[in-house]
Design a protein around this ligand. Sequence first.
Ligand SMILES: Nc1ncnc2c1ncn2[C@@H]1O[C@H](COP(=O)(O)OP(=O)(O)OP(=O)(O)O)[C@@H](O)[C@H]1O
Length: 668
Amino acid sequence: MSTFVEIDHVDKVFSLPNGDYYVALKNIDLKIHQGEFVSLIGHSGCGKSTLLNIVAGLDRTTTGGVLLEGRQVTQPGPDRMVVFQNYSLLPWKTVYQNIALAVDSALKHLPNGERRGIIEQHIDLVGLRHARDKFPHELSGGMKQRVAIARALAIRPKLLLLDEPFGALDALTRGNLQEQLMKICQESHVTCIMVTHDVDEALLLSDRVVMLTNGPEAHIGQILEVPIPRPRQRLEVVNHPRYYSLRSEMIYFLNQQKRAKRRQSQQKVAIAGNGLSKVNLDIGFIPLTDCAPLVVAKEKGFFAKHGLEQVTLSREPSWKAISEGVASGRLDAAQMVAGMPLAMTLGVGSKAPLPVITALVLDRNGNAITFSRHLFNRGVRTVADFKALLADTPDRTHTLGMVHPASMHNLLLRYWLASGGIDPDHDVNLTVIPPAQMVSNLKAGNIDGYCVGEPWNSRAVYEGLGVVMATDLDIWAGHPEKVLGVREDWVNAHPETHKALVKALLEACDYCDDMRNREEILGWLCQPQYVGTDPTYTRMGFLDPYDRGTGAEPEWLPRFNQFHVDRANCPGRAEGLWILTQLARWDMTPFPKNWVEILERVRRVDLYGAAVRELGLPDLELDREPFQLFDKVVFDPDDPIGYLNKFSICRDFRIEEINIDVPTSVAA
Ligand SMILES: Nc1ncnc2c1ncn2[C@@H]1O[C@H](COP(=O)(O)OP(=O)(O)OP(=O)(O)O)[C@@H](O)[C@H]1O
């Protein structure tokens, strides 16, 4: 059966008048088949109507989307009809005219006589013949709802969306209409999504019952299949052997949610008592070996030790989801690729500048460039070999994956290619692919290689699909890799919470770099809620010698995943400046004239220093000395433009003053 409606990882965040946010829905993912009847059930305020409105096109998602027959829903359309709780009839039109308005507009291709027939038929269907010419103020609540249902059914929508349609009706009318609705849906193969509070109604009408947890961050708690054969008779469904067990499962779920709500309100008292303005944090991460500090802080209790009692680590599908999650307020903080806070602050692409800061580098190094075994078999061992191959195959476009434009993966891959005379924008095709999808894309032949973190290089080696051309230790040993990213306004609102977060993660980074702990950490990383990978290849470079798949002896790379030693955690400004030069070099952002101000705002050495001092660790700023990458071109932090001018492969970069104090709204 093909998917008719796809609700694809939908989040909905409302901004509140006091400047705060309310995350109503989180990661709702549901596929509905044609002709299926799905009920949404959950306690009041959990977000059922919000979800229905999003599917109707009446409201927008914050992240994720809804597809109807493969097309993105962006606005209401005649293929969807909503029956609301509040009838929404036009008061100056009669019963007949209210239905006619919808029919004449949606079915205008039908002859006039046929349309009249449909209207009369639906007036009879809902038993309102005697009230045909009455106005809404002359009708009871139940009668008004019957008009709304008749109006929706009359235009035979492909998707019928019902928001507690029978709530206001007396038991007899309700039962009749439920049966009529079932009959029409079945005969016309209409797909239905219905919001209801009523367990028996959900069981009578639905093929599946989707149960939502309480908000905030309501998500799908459980889905029940209702295996009662159709056509169903209202008075007979209760005799089905599964009826009462399904009913008790639903009631159990709803009671559980009620208890959870009670617990939540008790916890609020605890939050107020511990001295931090916020102790319940949602922190985004990407399944990669170097999410280890977050996992360790959670598993070893470092978050809790610093008062952060309720940290949820949210495994995100892509770096885009991370940046959108932090921008929208869905995530309090996140593991970010090193250039992301700078790029978000400058406003990359069409996005407005949104100040995002980092006070902590989570790790250094850990990436590699992997090419397909096919390229290796054709003799490609170095960037020079690759250039020669490109020259030999001018008719073929070679595609390389990277994980995000502002990632070190992209910047180092571009640097490596350009240093070998390959223009990354003209000679190859670079494409964004989430880390966990790299290997499958390589396997499918969609890409010829990629630059990504571990374990996705080692996995390609392990599966015989790829060969590591260069690790980042070969390109720039000690570069910043992932950082802790948070919105600047969030830090200003919760300074003590932020400091506690930095301290907890600093301790976790220290723990990660004690090699005696690596086996234990690997055990956590391989669990499905974190990286969820096979320990065999996740070990490489993290615990075991690194195998490049070239046939050479695997080598020990003690600094490959560097989490703490050698001043790894300081968000130094010189390396931030290097990132700014590369974002400008490839015209992803302008080079900011006010780069000193931008770096002071984004790379918060001051906040790092405060956390380090409270932990009694040495407070060491990274050097501001010139440094160089593998090609020996010297980067002098006092002359970034001079550095940019040294590159022969470089876009026409822009130098502009960036104003980051413009008011920003929650980004979609
Ligand atoms: N425009 C808005 N701004 C802020 N918060 C909102 C907005 N609309 C809805 N909410 C909040 O989102 C949550 C979900 O609301 P929604 O109306 O979808 O719940 P529901 O499950 O349909 O509730 P009920 O069963 O009582 O109708 C509620 O907490 C509500 O207060």
